[in-house]
Design a protein around this ligand. Structure first.
Ligand code: TYC
Length: 122
């Protein structure tokens, strides 16, 4: 729901230094507070092609870290293989960062040059 939030400010003139310290209201101003809840930016997690990482290993990565089915994993892997890059998933910043780190570390540990990057989704 979109709600307009208005704030009413009362402006006083303070009479200081006299015995009663009285003050008089000299005006009012109403301001509107921004009520936009910004959706977090999303990031594409992208796999890059190389000549050495086995196809089955890429498929296993898509299943393990991106929870894709066997068929969807094979489709994405072939897209990366033929186009040079392909989207494994789309996530908020921190989750995308984690996926990129996990995939790169896992591949490095297995001595494969597979690279995973992230890119702001426009
Ligand atoms: N090009 C690799 C091969 O022919 C397969 C591959 C696919 C590698 C996707 C990386 O991200 C990748 N074995």
């Amino acid at each position: 729901m979109k709600t307009r939030v208005l704030v009413k400010h009362r402006i006083f003139n303070l009479h200081m230094g006299n015995p009663h310290n009285e003050s008089e209201e000299v005006g009012q101003v109403i301001t509107e507070v921004k009520n936009k809840t910004k959706r977090p930016s999303l990031y594409k997690v992208i796999l890059l092609n190389d000549d050495f990482t086995p196809m089955d290993f890429v498929i296993s990565i898509l299943k393990k870290f991106f929870h894709k089915s066997e068929a969807e994993s094979a489709r994405i892997m072939m897209e990366v293989h033929s186009q040079g890059a392909g989207i494994a998933g789309i996530y908020p910043f921190e989750l995308a960062e984690t996926k990129v780190y996990q995939v790169n570390e896992y591949s490095r540990a297995q001595r494969y040059p597979l690279k995973c990057i992230m890119e702001l989704e426009e």
